[in-house]
Write a protein that binds this ligand. Structure first.
Ligand SMILES: Nc1nc2c(c(=O)[nH]1)N[C@H]1C(S)=C(S)[C@@H](COP(=O)(O)OP(=O)(O)OC[C@H]3O[C@@H](n4cnc5c(=O)[nH]c(N)nc54)[C@H](O)[C@@H]3O)O[C@H]1N2
Ligand SMILES: Nc1nc2c(c(=O)[nH]1)N[C@H]1C(S)=C(S)[C@@H](COP(=O)(O)OP(=O)(O)OC[C@H]3O[C@@H](n4cnc5c(=O)[nH]c(N)nc54)[C@H](O)[C@@H]3O)O[C@H]1N2
Ligand SMILES: [Mo]
Length: 794
């Protein structure tokens, strides 16, 4: 989140779109009702399903799954054509006035530079026009035909109400209400927040879904404001922490990059990732990349990291393509991988195309599962007729199960969606032989070191050099690990108090630059529990530690105009007063600068402004465009029939044959969470199993009647990848939508189906789902695929 949970109470309009906060984030949702009750806020929910969030909304609008970009580009068109834009903000704080290269173009669904053969773009033209000093050219009048503003206007021109409604299935009357509610926040005294999660990420253009919303927020001037922002509601309790720590396939802790094989030396890598300013006088914060990177290498390799050996850069793995879990499963399927360590994920239930994954795991020589429960992944080799059909005797995989502790049985920090690092203490000792994950991983490292010492082997250096100077090398304490993440002076051992102290010369070590300040010489800042809120605006500087630098609202310079005056005096976060900056939050800019010199709030961008035109950042293009899901219930793209879905998808060999057509599989299908369960693990919890004992498939009354299916009937749901049997839940919540001259029915299946838990035996919905996913992130299209449904013979 750019903002944080409590801050939602400051919103005037709350849009829940691409998420279901009432159900999946029920505690945080309390701040939505707070905004409604005490701030007269309006709640808008846009979702294929009338879900529990919708039941509390002022207005609910249905949408066909996978069409949010069309919906939001239509909103952008509406904002522009009705002049409901915060123009002062847009001119000063976005790249609206920047000139784009003359060779940038968009035609019939494709941007300039498309290479048909590679199914990829040459992104050269997706850039600004530069002057002789290498700075972007701008036209502050917004009149130049090549400025972002005019190109954007032109790009969204096609998305009028009828076109949008024809793609999304959202009735025009509903759409008008949503557009007006969003547009009402273009004034300086009104702000909207968008809350989203998987309804946007689980798509073959997930990153572009989110980006389109960020563009809406920029046009309205809603980023950097109390009650505004771009607010991702994260999944697992500590998934924010996991991503901060480099969980993503191509990132390292603090979102610095895993090196690619195109960067053979440290100098190459730093040159590729240390941006030059694109406008004069920019903070360009990533200019500090070398300090963050070298400090991270010092944390990895300790005394073995020296200027002479590029601080151990050679020992870092280099990628040639994205090796996410999907890629690994595909490699296992092809027999290209011997072993796999699965830690804290129930892969066989949660990854898409389950039948393929069963074969993938069966090809391994060994599988190690670190989990505090007996998961279906650890028992994937057990034949369970109907639910997990495998030929156990032919499986060669040896499975090792290492029981772990769970969060309540260890101390440490958990980072919530609002970036708060909150320390917690151990509640109980772990049962039986369970060990902490860190203890297990350390044990494996110690054994590897021993093996290398005794027997030698290829590439011993990284294992030998890894910095493991903990009191107990077999079991590093959370305290020692946290202090290392904060960072310290290598020579004196002093904890740094901020990332501004980090150096690129090897004199500091830091495990995650964003966490600098969380454990300083003053001690653990994460266990602070002063909930004092002096301004009444939900800013509690003494509660826990919010990265970066205990800042609660990111980009807060944008809450003021260029002269440092808050857009809205009721929403002051920082302000220029009596020749200096004052405020209730840590400034997200150099507060030594006067308002004019600091008027570039988006300090992580080399041009200091928010991007309506995203340059080369995303694979699909610098502007979002509507593409159909890979499996589309209308089988065409009404905007450009030749480019139906995203043209830059990653197709593993043979996957094209696993994609269904609307002729065979006529219904759209989506999957989602229920409050009563948390993913798969609470299916092992008796009370949760009692409250929701069984899974089901939801369908609307019209479709059920056409198919002769009654509520509670056993039905067979099939996709190109496989089929499941489950019970029908006939409902008004999912309604048929009129799309491109046809009726689209959507089915919905909860994602908690499990066959060896305390709930009734069920098929996992991931038998049906496709592994096709977002080209930037690899996240599968769990929320939009095609199925057929028929009444099953009992
Ligand atoms: N009780 C409970 N809480 C949980 C979880 C749980 O399993 N149970 N899981 C946790 C995890 S790991 C995560 S990641 C989060 C997930 O949090 P959410 O994303 O909120 O949860 P989901 O139920 O997956 O999906 C949200 C909504 O997206 C809608 N949707 C589907 N397709 C589209 C679309 O194309 N457009 C739009 N606008 N909406 C769409 C679905 O109908 C659903 O209502 O929740 C976390 N919290
Ligand atoms: N069709 C469909 N598929 C989906 C989704 C969907 O909406 N639809 N959602 C996707 C999303 S957002 C997510 S996050 C995934 C969730 O998928 P998973 O992460 O696979 O689901 P969980 O049930 O949360 O599994 C986590 C496992 O970690 C174990 N665990 C808990 N604490 C610890 C610990 O401290 N250490 C270790 N080693 N293990 C621990 C739990 O016992 C559990 O077995 O599913 C994805 N798959
Ligand atoms: Mo998740």
């Amino acid at each position: 989140m750019t903002n944080h949970w409590i801050d939602i109470k400051n919103a005037n309009v709350v849009i829940i779109m691409g998420g279901n906060a009432a159900e999946a984030h029920p505690v945080g949702f309390g701040w939505v009702t707070e905004a409604m009750q005490h701030n007269n806020a309006k709640l808008i929910v846009v979702d294929p399903r009338f879900n529990r969030s919708a039941s509390l909304a002022d207005h609910y609008a249905p949408i066909r799954s996978g069409t949010d970009i069309a919906f939001l580009l239509g909103v952008i068109r509406y904002l522009i054509s009705t002049n409901q834009v915060n123009f002062d903000y847009v001119k000063a704080y976005t790249n609206a006035s920047y000139l784009v290269r003359d060779d940038f173009d968009f035609h019939e669904g494709l941007f300039s530079g498309f290479d048909e053969e590679k199914s990829d773009y040459n992104k050269e033209s997706w850039f600004y026009q530069l002057d002789d000093d290498g700075y972007a050219k701008v036209d502050e009048t917004l009149e130049h035909p090549r400025c972002v503003w005019n190109l954007l206007k032109q790009h969204v021109e096609r998305y009028d109400f009828d076109t949008v409604s024809n793609i999304t299935g959202t009735p025009v009357a509903d759409y008008q209400i949503v557009c007006d509610a969003i547009a009402s926040t273009h004034t300086k005294d009104r702000v909207a927040t968008f809350m989203y999660a998987l309804g946007w990420t689980h798509h073959s253009k997930g990153a572009q879904n989110i980006r389109t919303m960020a563009m809406v927020q920029l046009l309205l001037g809603n980023i950097g404001q109390l009650g505004g922002g771009v607010n991702a509601l994260r999944g697992h309790a500590n998934v924010q922490g996991a991503t901060d720590m480099g969980l993503l396939a191509q990132s390292l802790p603090g979102y610095v990059k895993l090196p690619s094989e195109k960067e053979p030396t440290l100098a190459d890598h730093l040159a590729a990732h240390t941006p030059k300013p694109l406008r004069p006088g920019q903070t360009n914060y990533w200019k500090n990349y070398p300090s963050f990177y070298v400090s991270l290498l010092k944390a990895f390799w300790g005394k073995y990291a020296t200027p002479e050996n590029d601080f151990g850069y050679d020992w870092m793995p280099k990628w040639d393509q994205m090796y996410d879990f999907g890629k690994h499963l595909d490699m296992m399927y092809r027999g290209e991988v011997n072993g796999c360590i699965v830690q804290g994920v129930n892969a066989i239930n949660s990854m898409p195309n389950r039948n393929k994954n069963l074969k993938a795991l069966s090809n391994l020589k060994y599988l190690v599962v670190l989990d505090n429960l007996s998961s279906e992944t650890a028992t994937f080799w057990q034949n369970e007729p109907g639910f997990n059909e495998v030929d156990t005797a032919s499986i060669q995989t040896e499975v090792f199960r290492l029981p772990t502790t769970c969060f309540a049985e260890e101390e440490g920090s958990i980072v919530n969606s609002g970036r708060w690092m909150q320390w917690h203490y151990k509640g109980a000792n772990a049962p039986g032989e369970a060990m902490a994950d860190s203890e297990i991983v350390s044990g494996i490292l110690m054994e590897l070191k021993k093996l290398y010492a005794e027997e030698g082997g290829r590439l011993p250096e990284p294992v030998k050099a890894v910095n493991w100077e903990y009191t107990d090398k077999h079991n590093p304490s959370s305290i020692e690990l946290s202090k290392e993440l904060n960072g310290y002076d290598v020579n004196t051992g002093r904890q740094v108090s901020s990332f501004s102290e980090l150096k690129a010369d090897g004199s500091t070590a830091c495990g995650c630059w964003l966490y600098a300040g969380s454990w300083t010489e003053q001690g653990n800042q994460m266990d602070r529990r002063d909930n004092h809120d002096p301004s009444g605006k939900g800013i509690t500087p003494g509660w826990a530690f919010a990265w970066p630098m205990n800042r609660r609202v990111l980009y807060n310079r944008a809450s003021c105009d260029v002269n440092g005056k808050p857009w809205d005096s009721n929403r002051t976060i920082v302000e220029w007063k009596g020749g200096k900056w004052e405020g209730i939050d840590v400034p997200d800019f150099n507060a030594k600068l006067n308002p004019k010199d600091s008027a570039h709030p988006f300090i992580m961008q080399p041009e200091g402004v928010g991007r309506l035109f995203a340059l080369k950042l995303l694979k699909e293009g610098p502007f979002p465009e509507h593409y159909e899901p890979v499996e589309s219930p209308i089988g065409t793209n009404p905007l450009h029939p030749k480019v139906v879905h995203s043209p830059v998808l990653r197709w593993f060999e043979g996957v094209k044959d696993t994609i269904g057509t609307k002729e065979e599989f006529p219904y759209a299908c989506t999957t989602y969470s229920l409050t009563e369960h948390f993913n798969f693990w609470t299916t092992h919890c008796r009370l949760a199993a009692i409250s929701m004992p069984e899974t089901f498939v939801e369908m609307n009354e019209q479709l059920a009647a056409e198919k002769g299916i009654k509520n509670g009937d056993l039905v067979k749901v099939s996709s190109k990848r496989g089929h499941i049997f489950t019970k029908a839940l006939v409902t008004k919540r999912l309604r048929p939508l009129q799309v491109n001259g046809q009726t689209v029915h959507t089915l919905g299946i909860p994602r908690h189906g499990s066959h060896n838990a305390l709930t009734k035996k069920a098929y996992s919905c991931n038998v049906l789902t496709t592994e096709m996913g977002d080209a930037n992130t690899g996240v599968p299209e769990y929320k939009a695929f095609l199925v057929n449904v028929e009444k099953a013979e009992v």
